[in-house]
Design a protein around this ligand. Structure first.
Ligand SMILES: Cc1cc2nc3c(=O)[nH]c(=O)nc-3n(C[C@H](O)[C@H](O)[C@H](O)COP(=O)(O)OP(=O)(O)OC[C@H]3O[C@@H](n4cnc5c(N)ncnc54)[C@H](O)[C@@H]3O)c2cc1C
Length: 356
């Protein structure tokens, strides 16, 4: 991906065929069970894979992480018929998936979502809209959280929709600071009829399914930040060695040496946090959700700082699109905002501390 990341960013290309090649290596359903086409690998393996891929193109890898989260949700909470219907073509990335939780009026307060799904016979009729959906409009399968019951998290269910269903449409493609190799659109439901057989889990289980998906999603997105920071440290290292000022390479300046040392140290600390959370989630530890939140908070903040410092070390060149470092900065900025903002991560950690 590395040779193409700048072009995909500039031309806003969603690299479908490249992702399908990645899926041939098993990256379309990394932690999905093998009987439906998944790779059956661990959360730790997944973190290592996403970190490595992200050094090549953070934006594309981040979309792949969302896709993997969706396939895992269907694999884990779907019945046998649903698993066999959806997972194989998603694992091969013949089809692509989107995760639909956020709405125009409900972001951080996700449990207040309003998209309604009214049961009529053996169907649900959906009305409402989702905002900021990654892949939206270009993807085939939509994992949608919607309200089948009363207010609050217990009234939410999870339905799987497919592109082409009557009443399902999409907003305009958003213009974004980064993440330009993947489209972001609103997803709109107008009397959209969905078979009851497309519901994952029980009625009222949807919020729990959404949050369990996000535990892994947070490790994955944090891993994408690690990859961007790793690549940026290497770029800074190279630039400091090559660029001369005051008659010497920048690398002979002790201030810059120390900053580089701090960047590498912060990267290793962030990586350990993420890997630790991945192991906790894999082992089903009780504190896994809070460790995932801590890892997402720490790693995405630290890695943004590292990439930004790497840009600073490039001086004016860092601000030019000819140099990759600016794209890493632009692409990982949003990791502090989505899959729960870093303020929401603090809320989860604080709630856990004060309750116990
Ligand atoms: C490029 C992009 C892709 C996305 N992809 C998806 C996707 O695929 N699927 C999906 O469902 N969503 C997606 N999102 C949505 C994303 O998850 C939300 O933007 C995010 O959860 C924040 O919601 P909001 O934008 O409504 O901000 P708000 O909730 O309005 O928050 C605004 C600010 O206030 C802070 N804040 C809010 N409440 C509190 C509080 N109680 N205490 C302290 N601070 C608070 C927030 O942290 C934030 O800084 C995407 C967003 C972007 C930008």
């Amino acid at each position: 991906m590395a040779p193409y990341m700048a072009e995909w960013d500039e031309k806003e290309i969603f690299p479908v065929e490249t992702m399908r090649k990645a899926a041939q290596l098993g990256f379309g359903g990394i932690y999905v069970k093998p009987d439906v086409g998944g790779s059956g690998l661990s959360r730790l393996d997944t973190s290592i894979i996403f970190e490595a891929l992200s050094t090549g193109c953070t934006s594309t890898t981040a979309y792949m992480s969302i896709h993997n989260m969706c396939v895992w949700m269907i694999d884990t909470f779907g019945n046998e018929e649903q698993r066999r219907r959806f997972c194989p073509s998603l694992c091969s990335m013949e089809k692509f998936a989107s995760y639909c939780l956020t709405e125009p009026g409900s972001g951080s307060d996700a449990a207040s979502l309003l998209t309604s799904a009214q049961k009529k016979g053996d169907t649900y009729v959906l009305n409402g809209s989702k905002a900021f959906i990654s892949g939206g409009g270009d993807t085939d399968v939509y994992v949608v959280m919607c309200r089948t019951g009363g207010p609050g998290p217990k009234g939410i269910s999870c339905l799987v929709l497919e592109k082409g269903m009557p009443g399902l449409s999409f907003g305009k493609k958003e213009k974004k600071v980064g993440w330009n190799s993947q489209p972001t659109r609103a997803v709109i439901f107008e009397d959209c009829v969905v078979p009851v057989g497309n519901r994952l889990g029980a009625e009222g289980q949807g919020f729990s399914i959404a949050m369990q998906g996000l535990n892994g999603g947070r490790i994955n997105i944090a891993s994408c930040s690690l990859g961007a920071a790793h690549a940026s440290v290497l770029l800074a290292q190279e630039h400091l060695t090559v660029r001369k000022q005051f008659g010497e390479p920048l690398a002979s300046n002790q201030y810059l040496q120390f900053r580089l040392a701090e960047m590498a140290t912060r990267l290793v600390a962030a990586r350990l946090m993420v890997r630790n959370a991945a192991r906790a989630l894999q082992d089903g530890r009780e504190d896994a959700a809070v460790l995932c939140s801590m890892a997402k908070l720490f790693a995405t903040d630290e890695c943004f700082g590292i990439c930004n410092q790497a840009l600073q070390m490039h001086g004016g060149y860092g601000y030019l699109k000819d140099y990759a470092v600016q794209q890493f900065v632009r692409d990982i900025r949003v990791h502090q905002i989505l899959e729960g903002t870093n303020e929401v991560m603090r809320m989860i950690v604080a709630r856990n501390l004060l309750q116990s």
